[in-house]
Design a binder for this molecule. Sequence first.
Ligand SMILES: Nc1ncnc2c1ncn2[C@@H]1O[C@H](COP(=O)(O)OS(=O)(=O)O)[C@@H](OP(=O)(O)O)[C@H]1O
Ligand SMILES: [Mg+2]
Ligand SMILES: [Mg+2]
Ligand SMILES: [Mg+2]
Length: 355
Amino acid sequence: MSTAYDAERQVAVAAVRRACVLTSSVFNKLVRNETLTKDDKSPVTVGDFSAQALVNTMLGRAFPDDPIVGEEDSADLRDPSGAALRDRVVALANEALTAPLEAHEKAEWGIGGRALTADELLAAIDRGNHAGGRTGRMWTLDPIDGTKGFLRGEQYAVCLALVVDARVELGVIGCPNLPADPAQPGGARGCIFVAVRGQGAHQLPLADPLGAAPPRRLAIPAFGADPLNLLESVEKAHAKLSFNERVAQILGVTRAPTRMDSQAKYCALARGDGGVYLRMPTGTGYREKIWDHAPGSVLVEEAGGVITDSRGEPLDFGLGRTLGENFGVVAAGKEVHSRVLGAIKRAKEEEAQGQ
Ligand SMILES: Nc1ncnc2c1ncn2[C@@H]1O[C@H](COP(=O)(O)OS(=O)(=O)O)[C@@H](OP(=O)(O)O)[C@H]1O
Ligand SMILES: [Mg+2]
Ligand SMILES: [Mg+2]
Ligand SMILES: [Mg+2]
């Protein structure tokens, strides 16, 4: 029996798995030598571009009518000064696209066959230029989320979501460096997290996601991890960590926060490894991007949790490429979530009174 979004799930898992193989090999071969700085000062590597070319090529072949909201664009690669970078991206994307088919993959997704030209790959990257919006289908793609974690050899994630009429229906997150079992941090690494709305949240092994091993169904305890702790950003520029500290105090949290780059935070939360993902704006006017939260949000909801902004309002994926004015993100088990909203309210009142 086929279930809703079966085809989309299969293509998305295959695309994310291939992208994870690509980014892992980029890290091993290239990261230490070479990075490029984008205007927003975030380091962009050949990994981001080639992974976006790969995933967009597969989506474009499998679902030619679907627009994509992707983080990267090809401008730096089209610039004459970017010729060496472009050649490297073309080689890496083609290596990933032409790798032999796995049992769960199909040639009609544009893989396992001929290499593409530079023009075809740059056009694939730019399929990600969609402006977003409230109606119809669209994919969101963050080819490497947590670029800074990636460059440090720590957590990062390949993040893909299908949004239909502004509601996230499918989320797939690949975490090459995340331990399969949080109780064994030194054990095997590499997981894919998959959530389809109405069908639950699951963890699969990255090495063989659709193989014999049954997917592990994930559930967030309503009362959170025991003892409770916070999941938060590593980069101080990305979230107001001093505010988190005060919220933790008000909640009576005694355990140290877990700092982790990327949407791996949502994955940790979904499997009960950490109690609250709290991301408060730093006050710079930065707008959160939909690709940084779309797959994580459906993963959390399908694991039984709740995700809102810091006022308790739902995240709105229909506003364009961003979530609009930044009121932060709060994700947790149901009971914990309402306690966190209360603690945020109190911490904000204290701030307003200048305490
Ligand atoms: N100022 C500011 N405020 C909030 N968020 C920002 C900001 N600047 C960047 N970004 C986005 O943060 C994404 C990485 O988020 P993380 O949760 O991995 O942050 S952290 O690295 O753990 O601090 C990161 O995603 P990637 O670029 O894919 O790494 C950015 O989209
Ligand atoms: Mg970035
Ligand atoms: Mg990101
Ligand atoms: Mg990114």
